[in-house]
Structure formats: C-alpha cells, structure tokens
Design a protein around this ligand. Structure first.
Ligand code: SF4
Length: 320
C-alpha cells in the first residue's frame, strides 16, 4: 500500500466569474521514503494539490471530487478534528518564502517549541526545547540560534528553520513548496542537500514542488508534470529525462540549460497557460502544442501507460 494515494483529485476555486478548475482529475502515489517532484509553470495547480492534501485551502477553494488517502486513512472525508492528527504529525508542509512563513515577533526556538506543544499533549516545554535543539542541529543550525528572531537569520537559515519546524512532530511525509525560492543558488543547493540527507536518515517521503526541473533531477526518484490543472506525464526521473514523451515536458526540458549536453540554444514554450475559468476544449495544451491535430481540439487525452511506470496524457501515443 502506498503511503499517499491521490486519486482523481479535483479542487476548484469558486469565484464570481465561475469555478476555476485549479486541479482537475489529478492522480499519483508516493511511497514511504520516496521523493516525488511536482513540476510545471506557475499557476498550473501544484500548490493547490499540496493545500488539498493537508486540507488548508483558502475559503473559496473546495475539493469537489476524488480522494486523498494516507495509507488507509481517507483524508478527504475525515472531520477537521481528526485532521489535526494528520497535519504536522503525519504530513507537514514547508511553505514558500521563509520570511513570510515565520512569525517575526517570536524567536525561531519559540516557534518550533510552540509547534511541538500544540500538536503533542504529552510533552512538556523543556522536552520540547530539547527536541527543538536537536532539530536545529539536524538542519545544520547551531543551538544558540534558538533565541534568534527571523530577521537575525540569513535566508538559508530561515528556510532550514522552517524545515526543522516541519519535522517537529516526526511526519511521514514532507511537502516542500518551492523551498529554494528567493535563495541564491549556493544556499539553495545547501537547503536541498539537507532535505535529501534528512529524507535518507529519517526515511521521510517528500513531495517537492518546483518549476525548476534541474532541482527535481538532482533530488527526486520520480516526477509528475502538471499543466493547467492536470498531470500530463508521470515517470521515474531517469525515464522522464531520458525520454520525455509529452510535448509540454519536452518544451520544459528544452527551456532549461543542460551543462552535461552539447551547447544548444534554450527554447521557450510559445504562448501562455490557459485561463482555468474557461480552459480549452480537448487537450488543454493544444493552443501551444507544435504537434496538435484536430483530435486534440475535440477530445481530452486520458493518462495511459506508455511504458512501464511511465504514463502520459497525449493523443500522440494513444487514441490514434
Ligand atoms: Fe499536443 Fe495533442 Fe498531445 Fe495535446 S494531445 S500534447 S495537443 S499532441
């Protein structure tokens, strides 16, 4: 049984202009100790998937279909009271932007201790402080930084502090939403190395949300590519980079520099992602796809296995 099973998840935002289909029929699994990358352009629904998994959607967001299971616990149907035993204790989320996610009025130590005390009733403040110290050491921050306020820490330290806080209650799954945003490349690499280390040490499953495929190539076992609220390709990292099947994935890979291959000009994907209030008929990528044919404008391609453990939703491979 997978640790996390997302089946046909649909999450919409209900606006005055109509429902925005931010996540529309998304499925994937994450195994214990596995790292999965969730990639795609901004606005493709990656963060909404994360918010749906831990059920912290903004007031206009609603899960309207599908199921999210953590082992045999159906998260989508459990009441909010029971959800408190899932957040932090079983699934933690590291939000984008460390400065905004930390409270500027409290020291890093106090914030970690508060997270522990809020979610674990059998622990006292001294024990929580000891655990906070160990967590900081785990992410490479000296214990004397427990008393530091967010503005006294560098961007990398704040991000590592957030990771420490997310691990405060020993979760089985960590979701990291753009953990490298706003960090320079060297600090970003340090943060990602620490996450990779922790994953191996703690047998932690990780969902890494990013628009940067090179980060996924370095740190993940498998990857799901999202476009306009849908997963269009899902494969192991090695399969996806060796032979990307979906034209959107191919475009994304060509848009990133590759220091290992011969020098080629980077190419961007023409056009922009669709308005999810009124997505295009058929394949949502068809207005930007160089291979689009009439079928693509009429019929939505379903995700099917093109190869073992490599699925793609594209008419080039099926329905022809
Ligand atoms: Fe392109 Fe058609 Fe495949 Fe969509 S289904 S990605 S439009 S070829």
């Amino acid at each position: 049984m997978s640790l996390l099973n997302v089946e046909n998840l649909k999450t919409y935002y209900f606006t005055k202009r109509g429902p925005v289909k931010a996540v529309d029929d998304v499925s994937f699994q994450v195994e214990e100790g596995q790292a999965m990358g969730l990639a795609g352009e901004s606005g493709c629904g990656k963060t909404t998937v994360a918010l749906s998994i831990i059920k912290v959607l903004p007031s206009r967001g609603k899960i309207v279909g599908g199921k999210v299971s953590l082992k045999n616990l159906d998260i989508t149907t459990i009441p909010e009271k029971q959800m408190k035993n899932v957040r932090w204790k079983r699934i933690s989320l590291v939000f984008q932007g460390a400065m905004n996610a930390l409270d500027p009025l409290y020291s890093l130590g106090d914030q970690i201790v508060e997270a522990i005390l809020t979610h674990e009733s059998k622990i006292n403040k001294k024990e929580a402080m000891n655990r906070a110290e160990k967590l900081l050491q785990l992410v490479g921050i000296e214990r004397n930084r427990l008393k530091s306020y967010p503005h006294e820490l560098s961007g990398g330290m704040r991000q590592r502090g957030l990771i420490a806080m997310a691990l405060a209650c020993n979760p089985e799954l960590l979701i990291a939403d753009e953990p490298g945003t706003a960090l320079d490349v060297i600090v970003q690499a340090q943060v990602l190395n620490i996450m990779e280390d922790l994953r191996r040490k703690l047998n932690l499953a990780v969902i890494l949300i990013t628009h940067d495929l090179s980060i996924i190539a370095d740190t993940c076992d498998k990857v799901a590519i999202m476009y306009a609220g849908k997963v269009v390709e899902h494969a192991s990292v090695s399969d996806l980079f060796e032979e990307p099947l979906h034209p959107y994935t191919q475009g994304l890979i060509q848009a990133f520099p590759n220091i290992k291959s011969r020098r080629t000009r980077m190419r961007s994907i023409p056009g922009s992602p669709p308005d999810l209030l009124d997505p295009p008929m058929g394949c949502r990528f068809h207005p930007r796809c160089p291979y689009a044919k009439s079928l693509c404008m009429e019929k939505e391609p379903s995700a099917q296995m093109a190869k073992r453990e490599h699925s793609v939703a594209c008419h080039l491979y099926h329905d022809t």
